[in-house]
Write a protein that binds this ligand. Structure first.
Ligand code: ADP
Ligand code: MG
Length: 705
């Protein structure tokens, strides 16, 4: 909201009114606006409703407001809208708060892992699906919610799939409870009262305990894929409503030959559009933060070579760990005469709609999780999109007028693409899901009512992992305390285990830093042309023991820097200087900032759990031993040819070129990630002694005589 406190009050008021009018007009012109009454009516009539509508028709931003105005929050209930992605939850909440003319965090708010912007008065709450799952641990009836909207259900992320199963169950329990008489105490899983009002003083002076009846839970599944059948069948024939979209023709252009260097092809296409095509913004789909940052610097460099009049191109990245002020920038129209180019991950495919896009560049790739039960190791891989994804992407160019989509591959390849994407639950490590469901009292994961059952072998392998980590008992129940502690931490099971063990190894302070630093994509930022220079600078942080300790050194150096600057300057100034320091040291400032936020949050978490936080100081041997004790499944032994063999599955991999151990002589390492591109690479690697494996992970390794 604009500030009203300046001298020129009238002018500001006018601006505010103008903006409000403009927003109202935009809202009214959305395709979904014409069916507002009907949608509210359908939700009233049906406890479960499926809404299908083209991307950009207004589902995510408008429906919750319609329901609010339609009285669905009247009893203080909250409308919760889940998103698979953090960026969507944040940007949409901001937009909707603005549309409603309220401050973010009041009537409209959001909550994502490590960030909660809600208050007692929040009634429209955007959140990630994972976050709602966590809330269900504390409140199994989700009793604060009157409506839950599962948005982007077509994405079929593993968290969405788990959530759908859980919500189906919550809905049943809630309707049972609403049929129960007022005097029945509604019990939750762990026997706690769901909602209790103790003010029932009757006229005769008897104190009566009244339990508030829960209304049935309204459940809305929203999807951008036109096929609602699967969802409808899963929810016992629930009604599906289609919202008509508006789509202008989009010209699809292919390359004649397959591209060998996708980044280069994207760069050339961006410049070509900018120089040769009429006005309109460009949206480029890239597979991750690293690609986005490389292209960003490539475009910048190339722009400098153009005549000044041609330099009016605004480059805006959009990915999940970008600070949210920067994320919001993509929605602001460019200044007159300027063109925007948005470099986005898959987030811009359906989760957020950016106005003004006329050109789409689609290299046809997407980064996904991949898991093979044989190896038990999950990796991130870049794969071809499905046809459905390619169509969604090109559709982004035709929202406001005719557009063009440049697919950076030959037409023949399109024909060979899979029709749709395989749900994530079929291709990820399930140990986190099992942990979450166990904590919710669901012990039989194979019997759980999933929309699509996960692979049996994957379940068995994931159970085995949890068992090896000590999270499950022989009866497949959560172990006490480790399993319960692990389920409470908002991290992957391995990371949670590392924190729990670190409190015993006396290095929790360091492990908190390491886990936080590993949670962000890339701490070092190295422009292609400065590779040599950067190596020398980065060397000052590097530890001969490996990347985990190197990350620790970076974090400590940052703290030291802030400490030194704090005495002379204010905090803000210190942060500003830190940005400069990051730049000089080839450190990615936004990643570091994000890691510091994560650190604060998980530190609070482990403090609340009563874990002892102590530091091992410079005795990092303890830290390495603790890493070996936690990530023992990711151990690898050196081969005569210098490559490494992963002990768990015999897979051969090389140490990633960005690792400080890329030319290591050590015989045994543990790694944090396995990345598959043209070769197998292990990333974030630390040197260990192989004898530690038998000592610290005897459940998994033994020494041959
Ligand atoms: P859907 O969920 O059906 O894909 P949305 O509700 O996300 O559609 O978007 C509806 C409209 O709101 C789109 O035209 C989009 O451009 C606009 N919009 C969404 N977020 C913002 C924002 N932060 N700033 C400006 N416009 C936005
Ligand atoms: Mg949407």
């Amino acid at each position: 909201m604009p500030s009203m406190a300046t001298g020129n009050n009238n002018n500001n008021n006018n601006q505010f009114v103008n903006r409000k009018n403009k927003i109202d007009q935009q809202r009214k012109s959305l395709p979904i606006a014409s069916v507002e009454k009907r949608l509210v009516e359908e939700v009233r009539k049906n406890d479960t409703l499926i809404i299908v509508g083209e991307t950009g028709s207004g589902k995510t931003t408008q429906l919750p407001q319609y329901l609010f105005n339609g009285g669905f929050c009247r009893d203080g209930g909250i409308i919760g809208i889940t998103q698979p992605r953090r960026v969507a939850a944040v940007t949409v909440a901001k937009r909707v708060a603005e549309e409603c003319g309220v401050e973010l965090g009041q009537k409209v708010g959001y909550s994502i892992r490590f960030e909660d912007v809600t208050s007692m008065s929040t009634r429209i709450k955007y959140m990630t699906d994972g976050l709602l799952l966590r809330e269900a641990l504390l409140d199994p009836y989700l009793s604060r919610y009157s409506v839950i909207v599962v948005d982007e259900a077509h994405e079929r992320t593993v968290q969405t799939d788990v959530l759908l199963g859980l919500l189906k169950d919550v809905q049943k329990k809630r309707s049972r409870s609403s049929n129960a008489s007022n005097n029945d105490h509604v019990k939750s899983n762990n026997g706690a009262l769901v909602k209790e009002e103790n003010n029932g003083q009757t006229s005769s002076g008897f104190k009566q305990q009244l339990v508030k009846k829960l209304n049935p839970l309204k459940l809305i599944i929203m999807s951008a894929s036109l096929d609602a059948r699967g969802f409808s069948e899963y929810f016992s024939g629930a009604k599906a409503v289609h919202v008509q979209g508006r789509q202008f023709p989009v010209d699809i252009l292919y390359t004649a030959q397959p591209e060998t260097d996708c980044l280069d092809a994207a760069l050339v296409t961006i410049l070509q559009i900018h120089l040769d095509e009429g006005p309109g913004d460009i949206l480029v789909f890239l597979s991750g933060q690293e690609e986005i940052e490389s292209i960003e610097s490539l475009v910048r460099e190339n722009l400098k070579k153009l005549p000044e009049a041609k330099q009016k191109l605004l480059i805006l990245p959009l990915f999940s760990s970008l600070p949210s002020e920067k994320q919001m920038k993509v929605f602001t129209p460019a200044a007159v005469g300027f063109r925007k180019v948005i470099l986005a991950t898959n987030i811009a495919e359906t989760s957020v709609t950016i106005p003004g896009i006329k050109y789409v560049i689609d290299p046809g790739l997407v980064k996904v999780r991949s898991y093979s039960p044989d190896s038990g190791i999950e990796s991130l891989i870049v794969v071809k999109t499905s046809k459905a994804q390619a169509l969604q992407r090109s559709g982004r160019a035709g929202r406001e007028g005719p557009g063009k989509c440049f697919r950076l591959y030959p037409e023949s390849r399109f024909e060979g693409l899979d029709d749709s994407t395989v749900p994530e639950i079929k291709r990820c490590n399930l140990s986190n899901v099992i942990l979450q469901l166990s904590a919710l009292g669901v012990d039989d994961i194979i019997g759980f009512d999933f929309m699509e059952k996960p692979d049996r072998m994957a379940v068995i392998k994931s159970l085995e992992l949890l068992y090896l980590l000590g999270a499950l008992t022989d009866e497949k129940k959560l172990s006490d305390p480790i399993g319960h502690q692990m389920a409470r931490l908002p991290l992957e099971p391995n990371d949670s285990k590392a924190l729990i063990l670190a409190s015993q190894f006396g290095c929790l302070e360091e492990m908190l830093i390491v886990v936080s630093m590993l949670s962000v994509e890339s701490i070092f930022y190295v422009p292609r042309e400065k590779l040599e220079e950067s190596r020398a600078v980065i060397k000052s942080f590097s530890s001969p023991d490996g990347d985990h300790l190197t990350l620790l050194n970076v974090y400590r150096a940052c703290l030291e820097f802030l400490e030194k600057n704090k005495t002379e300057n204010s905090n803000d100034k210190a942060e500003k200087n830190l940005r400069r320091w990051c730049k000089d040291n080839f450190i990615n400032n936004r990643s570091l900032k994000h890691a510091r936020d994560i650190y604060k949050q998980i530190r609070e978490n482990v403090e609340r759990m009563g874990l002892k936080i102590s530091s091992c100081g410079d005795d990092t041997l303890q830290l390495r031993r603790c890493l070996a004790a936690s990530y023992f499944l990711n151990a690898a032994l050196k081969q005569p040819d210098g490559t490494f063999r992963v002990l768990a599955n015999g897979q051969i991999a090389e140490v990633h070129p960005t690792s400080v151990l890329r030319r290591t002589k050590s015989e045994c390492i543990i790694f944090y990630n396995l990345v598959q591109t043209t070769r197998n690479y292990v990333r974030n690697v630390t040197r260990i002694d192989y004898l530690w494996l038998a000592e610290l992970a005897p459940q998994c390794y033994a020494l041959k005589d």
